[in-house]
Design a protein around this ligand. Structure first.
Ligand code: HEC
Length: 129
């Protein structure tokens, strides 16, 4: 009885952790995200996510180049979801909270999966002589 309670509590923790990162990442979700990105984000961030959309030349600060630049507010899917929802104050990066939540998750996962470089492995420590 006691152990099943612990189990129930544990599974609750796992369920909420999974929820925090949004929906399960599937090919369909990424396809949806690509559609959302193409319509809403490409004019500034560019098809390749490198910040070279048609509107980019006129902008200061420039749209983030997702492939090379650091993200001020983090680049996890959760962070990108939050930025998409709230925008960045005092820039043309507007809040997209009007998009359905499912679309915001889809585009956040699409960006994270498509444009971000996998974290570099830590450099091996230099050997002393
Ligand atoms: C009108 C142009 C424009 C559009 C459209 C646009 N962005 Fe941006 N975005 C920007 C600019 C400019 C910045 C960089 C602002 C800065 O450096 O402070 C930015 C930055 C970002 C960042 C990086 C935030 C960080 O933490 O550094 C994310 C993520 C992002 N945009 C996502 C999106 C998504 C998703 C869409 C589409 C739903 C979108 N943007 C549409 C202009 C745009």
């Amino acid at each position: 009885m006691k152990s099943s309670l612990v189990l129930a509590a544990l599974s609750l923790v796992f369920v909420s952790a999974a929820h925090a990162a949004g929906p399960e990442v599937t090919p369909a979700l990424l396809e949806q995200g690509k559609g959302v990105f193409t319509v809403n984000c490409v004019p500034c961030h560019g098809e390749k996510g490198d910040g070279t959309g048609v509107a980019a030349a006129a902008l200061n600060p420039k749209p983030r180049n997702f492939t090379t630049e650091p993200f001020k507010n983090g680049n996890t899917p959760q962070a990108i979801f939050d930025t998409t929802t709230k925008g960045l104050p005092n820039t043309v990066m507007a809040p997209f909270g009007h998009l359905p939540e499912a679309d915001r998750w889809a585009v956040a996962h699409y960006i994270a999966k498509t444009f971000l470089k996998p974290a570099k492995p830590a450099k091996p420590a230099k050997k002393g002589k």
